[in-house]
Design a protein around this ligand. Structure first.
Ligand code: ARG
Length: 123
């Protein structure tokens, strides 16, 4: 399949560009650009293969069908490898596991002890 991508000279990647910071759009002189963490990874894949990246934007729910029917070569879309999805497609290793945090200044530690302390407080 890699040879097919090299022969066609493009890596066609499916995404649903509605999920910042993974994939989203920006307008640049009237042109829609696909940007975000996943788009940078996809670009690196294309660069390494020496081919042009082509992004196909679609509904999240259409992505796996597009992959299975070869409308795209690969999907990158912040998609978690659920057991159900794993039955039909082959996921890469997890490249980002989204432990996300909120942070406060250390000096405010005493004011924000639990999630409830955020209620009706001004910073
Ligand atoms: N991580 C969630 C999932 O795998 C949501 C991903 C949504 N991604 C998107 N590009 N809209 O179901």
């Amino acid at each position: 399949y890699l040879q097919k991508v090299k022969d066609q000279g493009t890596l066609v990647v499916g995404t649903s560009a509605d999920y910042p910071p993974y994939e989203f759009t920006v307008k640049q002189n009237g042109e829609t650009k696909y940007v975000g963490l996943d788009m940078e990874i996809a670009q690196k894949f294309a660069d390494n293969l020496g081919v042009k990246l082509v992004v196909k934007n679609m509904n999240f729910d259409s992505l796996l069908v597009a992959l299975e029917t070869h409308k795209v070569d690969m999907v990158i879309s912040g998609m978690n490898p659920t057991p159900e999805r794993q039955q039909s497609v082959d996921f890469s290793k997890v490249y980002y596991s989204g432990d996300q945090y909120m942070l406060i200044n250390k000096k405010d530690l005493a004011r924000f002890k639990t999630i409830k302390s955020f209620k009706n407080k001004t910073i």
